[in-house]
Design a protein around this ligand. Structure first.
Ligand SMILES: Cc1cc2nc3c(=O)[nH]c(=O)nc-3n(C[C@H](O)[C@H](O)[C@H](O)COP(=O)(O)OP(=O)(O)OC[C@H]3O[C@@H](n4cnc5c(N)ncnc54)[C@H](O)[C@@H]3O)c2cc1C
Length: 466
């Protein structure tokens, strides 16, 4: 496997062959076109040599065969909303946008399955199945623009994971183009299946390093008849996290339990016209689903429970508009953070739910100790905390403090029995921290698996492993 990050320039002859495969209008080579495909949500930038937009899995396979023969790097790309740089062409070469493979091929209500191409936008798929009374639970907060292919590659989570699990729990099978251009099919179309190694699970979450997913067989559920939301504010982060544990202990599993700390509340209040209590230490947004009767009962119990654990204020959404208004606060965090500062380190640890108070106390202590602005929010229901350390990138001392704080946070998450990435993956931004969690033996096994799939190291180089 190549390790050097040499610029992977493409000869005119190879470019001509790429154009022959995908068509001239589906290959972008001009600088102004290439620039856009060198970014993702990390705001880091690497220039590709060419961007291609294949129209079907046959074209994907032909491109991979050519790339493997010519030893050209290929980086698959969905919507470029990844938080760890997975879609960035760090070694140059070809960016392969899967945006044109965007067909919903089939929705099978009898068997609760669907088959889609990877470029389908997750939110579009949600709306399509919901019109048929069906439900696809994985819902990263980016679902309005991220693609199912990207979700599969990152094994994305999202707010609904607390009750319904993550993307891997809804992938029954895949069609995958391997780095040498061969096409494989993994998994089943049935509710069960145990024949051979589970290649589907290996490829889901492999961050586009083992193959390019060109078809995805998804599991669906019946759409819950009703959902209801409440928002509760608390004087302290500790009280909010204790409430999360109390909710789960009570036997209610809400479909979402999201939290924002005071810094996140203030940030949203300052940069949007959302009406929030900036004196609150933390807020919880809780959504339940089920039959109309079940949701009513759960909301009643949650009101009592939040009052008992010391909520400052509780708001119940009575209408769809009120529900949307409450969720606006959570949806506004990412855009508001962008307005706060030009540079941030973004961590995505997860800890066992019962350890959330320990983790949030640790973060509060770090804020005091370092004087850094640290904003936290996340999927409290599954212990997944997004930690944003806002930094002035021209201030070396602050950068050093920020890096040290990251090390402390990751070490502490592991000490609590957690993980260094709950849902954003490793990509390029977390690869140096991999050895903290994954021991050498396992790491070497993973590298060997990568070599079996991709002996020439052409697919998405420079990702996951340092
Ligand atoms: C505002 C915002 C909110 C977010 N909220 C969440 C959240 O709640 N939960 C969460 O988990 N993530 C979240 N994310 C992160 C991101 O949206 C997810 O990781 C998402 O799955 C990326 O999808 P994408 O289509 O943008 O993929 P990209 O960013 O384009 O690519 C991501 C990775 O997938 C690979 N890839 C893409 N398509 C394929 C394919 N067909 N075959 C093989 N590999 C492929 C790429 O090479 C890359 O490694 C958020 C991001 C933003 C900006």
């Amino acid at each position: 496997m190549r390790s050097e990050f040499d610029k992977n320039l493409i000869s005119n002859d190879t470019l001509r062959k790429l154009i022959d495969i995908c068509g001239e209008k589906n290959c972008a080579c001009k600088k102004e076109e290439l620039v856009c495909y060198g970014y993702d949500a990390t705001k880091k930038h690497f220039m590709p040599d060419v961007v291609i937009f294949p129209n079907n899995s046959g074209e994907v396979a032909a491109v991979m065969r050519l790339a493997n023969e010519k030893k050209i790097f290929v980086t698959p790309r969905g919507a470029g909303s990844g938080m760890t740089g997975g879609a960035l062409p760090v070694c140059g070469g070809v960016v392969m946008s899967l945006a044109r493979l965007n067909r919903i091929i089939n929705i099978d209500a009898d068997n609760l399955t669907a088959e889609v191409e990877p470029g389908v936008v997750t939110g579009v798929f949600h709306k399509t199945v919901e019109k048929k009374g069906l439900f696809y639970p994985p819902d990263p907060a980016s679902s309005a623009f991220s693609t199912i292919g990207g979700n599969v590659a990152e094994c994305s989570g999202g707010p609904r994971a607390v009750k319904y699990g993550v993307t891997r729990d809804y992938i029954l099978g895949l069609e995958v183009v391997l780095p040498n251009g061969n096409v494989i099919n993994t998994g089943v179309r049935t509710a069960k299946g145990v024949v051979g190694y589970d290649l589907t699970r290996l490829i889901v979450g492999s961050e586009g390093t083992l193959g390019v997913a060109t078809r995805i067989i998804l599991k669906l559920l019946p759409l819950p008849a009703s959902k209801k939301t409440i928002m509760a504010t608390f004087n302290t982060m500790e009280k909010a996290s204790q409430t999360v544990s109390a909710i789960i202990k009570s036997g209610i599993i809400p479909r979402k339990i999201e939290y924002m700390d005071n810094a996140a509340i203030t940030c949203v209040a300052n940069f949007t016209n959302t009406d929030l209590d900036t004196k609150a230490g933390a807020l919880l947004l809780i959504e339940v689903d089920g039959s109309e009767y079940e949701t009513e009962q759960q909301i009643k119990r949650l009101n009592i429970l939040c009052r008992d654990t010391g909520a400052k204020e509780i708001k119940n959404a009575a209408t769809k508009d009120e529900e949307a208004a409450l969720w606006k606060a959570r949806r506004s965090i990412s855009p508001a953070l962008f307005k706060y500062g030009s540079f941030k380190i973004n961590e995505d640890i997860a800890v066992p739910r019962s350890k959330i108070p320990d983790m949030t106390n640790k973060i509060e202590a770090l804020k005091k100790e370092t004087g850094l602005m640290i904003i936290t929010f996340g999927h409290a229901g599954d212990g997944n905390i997004h930690i944003n350390i806002m930094l002035d990138k021209d201030n070396k001392k602050e950068l050093e403090k920020g890096k040290k704080a990251v090390e402390d946070i990751l070490d502490y998450a592991l000490k609590l029995g957690g993980t260094i990435s709950g849902e954003h993956g490793i990509g390029i931004t977390k690869s140096v921290y991999m050895p903290k969690e994954i021991k050498e033996v396992e790491l070497n096994l993973m590298k060997k698996i990568k070599r079996v799939f991709d002996p020439n190291g052409i697919l998405n180089p420079g990702k996951i492993f340092v």
